[in-house]
Design a protein around this ligand. Structure first.
Ligand code: KG4
Ligand code: ZN
Length: 390
């Protein structure tokens, strides 16, 4: 089956075409036919964060060129010689009523090329920034009408889980229960799966997500958005030069018996240090970044290991943008060495942040089970949940 993934939940616009076969249970394999991604980071940077309506506008401008790029790579752009295809544009106009920029780009594309060899479309319908999600959802609907193929709605967090469990061509062998640590700009969650595609929320942040804390602390230290990679760079520098911050930051909720997190207090503690020391030198800043990164990591590791113990997890999946963090990756993998037999499944750093491969892969497993969306009921849900509390 050939499936086209579309991702627009935040500040990455992405389109990916894969060909996949088999199922979770039986001989799954896939290959990437075409993959295109455009990050809006530079556009949002002056605002110090993602600006939802700007993200929406950029998705609308870039989806069609990215689709064209992905199809070109897949060898699926064939010129159209059918003069009657103009009739197809009427449903497109209705579907993209609120997406004028997108409509204006899709029309020439639709007239120019034949239907590619694709069986279904997978689109992120949440969670994320709702105006941004809507662009992808409406685009998927329009392509579904244009090519007469079904749509699968994919939860963005499930995309992170599935991609973390995937290898370059297949799935890692997985034993259940499987614990997923999902750490991104919008989420910090521990999710338990007793089987494929079944999710139970066992812990989450009570306030800021860990990526959000990285971004906010970066801003306090005068670093650009997104803060995660910047903090990580400074922290690494301080560590390799043996520089430590003279004060300890709190490790919020590290000793509580639950699997919940809290990062707002940690960010406030950093703010207090920055306010108390207005002329902070670069060396002090990087030492503080190091202490902050270590505080976050300590809490994440402790809670994750507690959850593995309590639920007898046999594998740990780590997904979401923060899983690109080298220090967190190293500490997690070292910690799991003492947990004989618990395997660590973590995507390469370049696939940790948002992309459309993760949506195509998760979408395939739904499509394979014919979990297709009813087009006029398909909506974007900014607060869509992957799992409920057990
Ligand atoms: O999953 P993602 O691309 O988007 C969301 O769904 O949120 O995650 C983005 C988040 C941002 O907060 C960013 O600062 C953080 O992931 N991030 C990192 C690193 N790279 C990205 N945080 C810590 N260390 C990193 N190396
Ligand atoms: Zn994400």
């Amino acid at each position: 089956m050939r499936i086209l993934g579309i991702e627009t939940s935040c500040d990455e616009t992405a389109v990916c075409l894969i060909e996949a076969d088999g199922s979770f249970e039986n001989a799954f394999s896939y290959k990437i036919l075409g993959n295109a991604l455009l990050s809006q980071i530079e556009i949002h940077r002056p605002y110090g964060g993602v600006f939802p309506n700007l993200a929406k506008r950029e998705h609308a401008l870039n989806l069609v060129p990215l689709l064209e790029q992905a199809l070109q790579e897949a060898g699926e752009l064939t010129p159209n010689n059918d003069a009657t295809s103009g009739a197809l544009l009427i449903p497109l106009k209705q579907t993209l009523e609120r997406e004028q920029d997108l409509f204006e780009r899709l029309v020439p594309f639709a007239l120019k090329y034949q239907k590619p060899n694709i069986d279904a479309i997978a689109v992120t319908n949440g969670p994320g920034l709702e105006p941004a999600l809507w662009v992808g959802v409406n685009f998927a609907k329009a392509l579904s009408l244009l090519w007469n193929i079904p749509v699968v709605a994919v939860n963005h967090m499930e995309g992170h889980v599935v991609l973390s469990a995937a290898t370059e061509t297949s799935l890692s062998p997985i034993e259940f229960p499987l614990l997923s640590l999902l750490i991104s700009g919008g989420h910090t969650e521990l999710v338990l799966s007793r089987n494929w595609m079944s999710y139970e929320l066992i812990g989450e942040t009570k306030d800021d997500a860990v990526g959000e804390a990285f971004d906010k602390v970066a801003r306090l230290l005068g670093l650009p958005y997104p803060g995660g990679p910047e903090i990580s760079k400074l922290a690494h520098e301080a560590r390799s030069e043996g520089r430590e911050y003279p004060h300890k930051l709190p490790r919020p909720m590290i000793d509580t018996k639950d699997f919940d997190f809290s990062f707002a207090g940690l960010k406030t503690a950093v703010r207090r240090h920055v306010d108390a020391n207005p002329g902070m030198s670069d060396d002090e800043k990087s030492a503080l970044a190091r202490e902050f990164e270590e505080a976050c990591t300590d809490v994440i590791i402790k809670k994750t290991l507690n959850a593995i113990d309590e639920h007898g997890a046999r594998a740990l999946v780590v997904g979401g943008g923060v899983s690109a963090n080298t220090f967190i990756r190293e500490r997690l993998s070292a910690a799991l060495q003492d947990y004989g037999g618990v395997s660590l499944l973590i995507p390469p750093s370049n696939l940790a942040t948002d992309n459309a491969l993760m949506i195509a892969l998760a979408g395939y497993f739904h499509a394979e089970k014919e979990h297709f969306a009813v087009l006029n009921e398909l909506k974007a849900h900014g607060t869509l949940r992957l799992a409920k509390r057990a």
